[in-house]
Design a protein around this ligand. Structure first.
Ligand code: MF3
Ligand code: CO
Ligand code: CO
Length: 243
């Protein structure tokens, strides 16, 4: 898992820095494909359930699973990038929302809260806790800051496949038993946070998930290893580790 996650984290970082006003999401996707290939890895998303792109690129009110098209990103847009790679049989899965050039304070605040929500979730990823401890921490942090968590899509176990047990929701499901976290588990924690309401819908392309109210959404994700001490954030890379 460690090498796969370092590749995913490195590619995400490279793609984030590649983005500039005026480029199309297809050009972003093509750049990601080149970087993934460079490391001897494969996109874990391309052809997964017939998904047609190398990475997921979701702009502004798009929540997740945005498709690469001729759409140009502009100064002030926020872009969620989700990179999944397969390397030596294992999957690394990581996401981040970035501003194109710069953005307004509202958008920046949404991104900051979402990234911190990921981090408060990761803090709960310790042996002895249950999955619901992660879910509760994320939900409380997001809602106490006036934003909402998406319910239709959740984090997940990750290993030889992209989506494994257990599900890792960003909200507490009442009256549901929650799996215990055990040493050696690798899970993708991934809050999807809406500036307005939590409702989402899927566009006619069959993939792109957008907020129903048209407000902005942000997404941060890390693949995390449960250890006998601190959680190990496998997709958190210092620049230049693989290069
Ligand atoms: N990246 C998503 C996740 O974090 C999964 C994308 S599935 C795809 O779980 F089919 F859209 F690629
Ligand atoms: Co992902
Ligand atoms: Co994921």
């Amino acid at each position: 898992m460690r090498p796969a996650c370092v590749v995913a984290g490195t590619v995400l970082d490279e793609v984030a820095h590649f983005i500039r006003p005026g480029i199309t999401t297809r050009e972003i996707d093509q750049f990601a494909a080149e970087r993934i290939k460079q490391y001897g890895a494969k996109s874990a998303f391309l052809n997964y359930r017939k998904y047609p792109c190398n990475i997921c690129i979701s702009v502004n009110d798009e929540v997740v699973h945005g498709l690469a098209t001729d759409r140009r990103v502009n100064f002030g847009d926020i872009v969620s990038l989700d990179v999944g790679v397969r390397y030596n049989g294992y999957i690394g899965d990581t996401a981040r929302t970035v501003a194109v050039g710069g953005c307004n304070l509202h958008a920046q605040h949404l991104m900051d809260i979402t990234e911190r929500a990921l981090n408060v979730g990761i803090e709960q990823a310790v042996v002895g806790n249950r999955v619901v401890d992660i879910s509760r921490a994320v939900q409380e942090y997001v809602e106490s800051n006036g934003f909402s968590v998406v319910r239709e899509f959740v984090g997940h176990g990750v290993g030889k496949s992209v989506h494994e047990e257990p599900q890792v929701p960003n909200f507490v499901e009442n009256n549901k038993s929650s799996p215990k976290l055990r040493v050696g588990m690798t899970i993708a924690i991934e809050p999807m946070v809406n500036a307005g309401g939590s409702d989402v819908q899927v566009l006619k392309d069959g993939w792109t998930v957008v907020t129903k109210d048209g407000q902005l959404s942000a997404h941060f994700e890390h693949t995390v290893l449960i250890t006998d001490s601190e959680p190990e954030i496998l997709t958190l890379v210092k620049q230049g580790v693989v290069r």
